[in-house]
Design a protein around this ligand. Structure first.
Ligand code: HAM
Length: 432
């Protein structure tokens, strides 16, 4: 006998059944609304990119262990995008002469990473990407914090529930190279170690640090353990422009009522292209230990494509962690209805009239579904209720003859009599 095909999806990716797709749509709609409110334009690109795009600056872990790369029929090495930043950098670089700066763009691509599937981590996810090109001042950095905070607000997540963590790559380089006198190579390796800090034991972290920086490891650990920005600065014993920068960002956020921005020197971010500010948004709930967003400044990435330097800053926010957080706090709408009204013909004979009525209502902008099963009215209503449709409208002989209907609001049980003309008004003005 022929072996039956499995109905399971590929490991680590999701099928989006309508109820899951509705959640995705809900999140996307909220993201789009927020970004449009900041004057950002939406773009997209193919999931396929030449593999070399990621080799230069994405970082070894992503390129060697996490990409889906294959050779096509024309012998080209192709990668399914593991992130959007190299793509958007390529797109902006290609039109650098025509595009007026600053460029404010966003996108919601699906991206692919060969990771061990676990809570908050899958092999395909959708990632909101927000990027601003052409401004290297604190104003652009501050705009990222404002957007991050506004995204969370529009999703209904209170400020006390999460933190926006900031660090600066240039500050960390200054600490390791200028203050501790370590080489750029060791600095790079220490950066990767700091990035893994929460994944290894304290003893392993200390011994790896000692292996990398010998007798400087005690001083290094003092920086890593500093509880706040002031203590970190004291340990440094000198001033550095990144301090003022980080301090100003925290103060300015506070000035507009955003009080959850904090300094965290253990925040490094895995990608090699970051040059200055790096930031992440963390939910404080113990079930959601992964970052919701991550991003930073990457002023040198566009130079890989030749031409003048274009400063850039941006972040990515995944749908998987977003959904986890919304579910944890019960912030997803209970039912995401598929239609405003279900027309319920009492027998097959009344379906043609229902179709005419539906055409009229749809032309007025209503979302209308017709029950074409020929089932009993009670079953039709039950079905509409299960789908979260707020109104039902039975159609029988009287309705067809008199064009007067009894429309029922399912959650309150209220019934009102309406004419064909006032139907649309009822559907659009009644609470749903
Ligand atoms: P990232 O930190 O790798 O940054 O990803 C950003 C966010 O995408 C994470 O905080 C997380 O929510 C989500 N994410 C990442 N990997 C996975 C996964 N395997 N499964 C589910 N969700 C995931 C970047 O990708 C940068 N390119 C962001 C950026 C834009 N930087 C500047 N502009």
């Amino acid at each position: 006998m022929e072996k039956k095909l499995s109905t399971e999806s590929y490991k680590g990716v999701r099928d989006f059944y309508p109820e899951d797709f509705a959640v995705l749509e809900y999140i996307f709609t909220s993201w789009r609304k927020t970004l449009k409110g900041f004057g950002y334009e939406e773009y997209n690109a193919s999931v396929l990119e030449p593999a070399e795009l990621y080799r230069a600056k994405s970082g070894e872990e992503i390129v060697n262990e996490q990409t889906y790369t294959f050779t096509d029929r024309g012998d080209r090495e192709v990668t399914l995008r593991p992130e959007m930043t190299p793509t958007v950098a390529r797109m902006v670089a290609a039109r650098r002469r025509e595009l007026p700066l600053p460029i404010r763009w966003f996108s919601i691509p699906n991206v692919f990473r060969y990771e061990k599937p676990q809570r908050g981590r899958l092999r395909e996810h959708f990632q909101l990407n927000v990027d601003l090109f052409g401004v290297d001042s604190i104003e652009a950095d501050f705009e990222m914090i404002l957007i991050a905070s506004n995204i969370m607000k529009n999703l209904g997540v209170d400020e006390e529930k999460y933190e926006i963590k900031l660090n600066s790559r240039s500050l960390m380089d200054f600490m390791m190279q200028t203050v501790l006198g370590l080489s750029p190579e060791i600095t790079h390796k220490l950066g990767k170690l700091i990035d893994r800090k929460n994944k290894v034991t304290r003893a392993d972290f200390e011994s790896e640090a000692e292996l990398l920086c010998g007798n400087k490891s005690t001083a290094f650990l003092k920086f890593i353990d500093a509880p706040d920005l002031t203590t970190f600065q004291k340990a440094l014993g000198t001033s550095h422009e990144s301090f003022d920068h980080l301090e100003s960002l925290i103060r300015r956020a506070d000035d507009v009522g955003i009080e959850n921005v904090v300094f965290d020197q253990t925040l490094m971010r895995g990608f090699d292209y970051y040059t200055g500010l790096v930031f992440e948004v963390f939910d404080k709930h113990p079930d959601n230990r992964r970052a919701l967003f991550g991003g930073g400044r990457y002023d040198d990435l566009l130079s890989l494509f030749g031409g003048d330097k274009i400063p850039a800053i941006g972040f990515g926010m995944g749908d998987v962690t977003t959904r986890d957080v919304l579910e944890t706090y019960g912030l997803l709408p209970k039912t995401l209805s598929v239609a405003d009204v279900a027309l319920c013909p009492l027998s097959f004979d009344f379906i043609p009239y229902a179709q005419h009525l539906a055409i009229k209502l749809r032309a007025e902008g209503a979302r209308v579904s017709i029950d074409i099963t020929g089932k009993r009215l009670g079953d039709q209503i039950k079905n509409a209720d299960k789908k979260g449709i707020p109104f039902v409208l039975p159609i029988g002989e009287d309705e067809v003859k008199n064009k007067v209907f009894k429309i029922k609001h399912l959650s309150t049980g209220k019934e009102v009599e309406v004419t064909e003309d006032s139907l649309i008004e009822t559907l659009t003005t009644k609470e749903k």
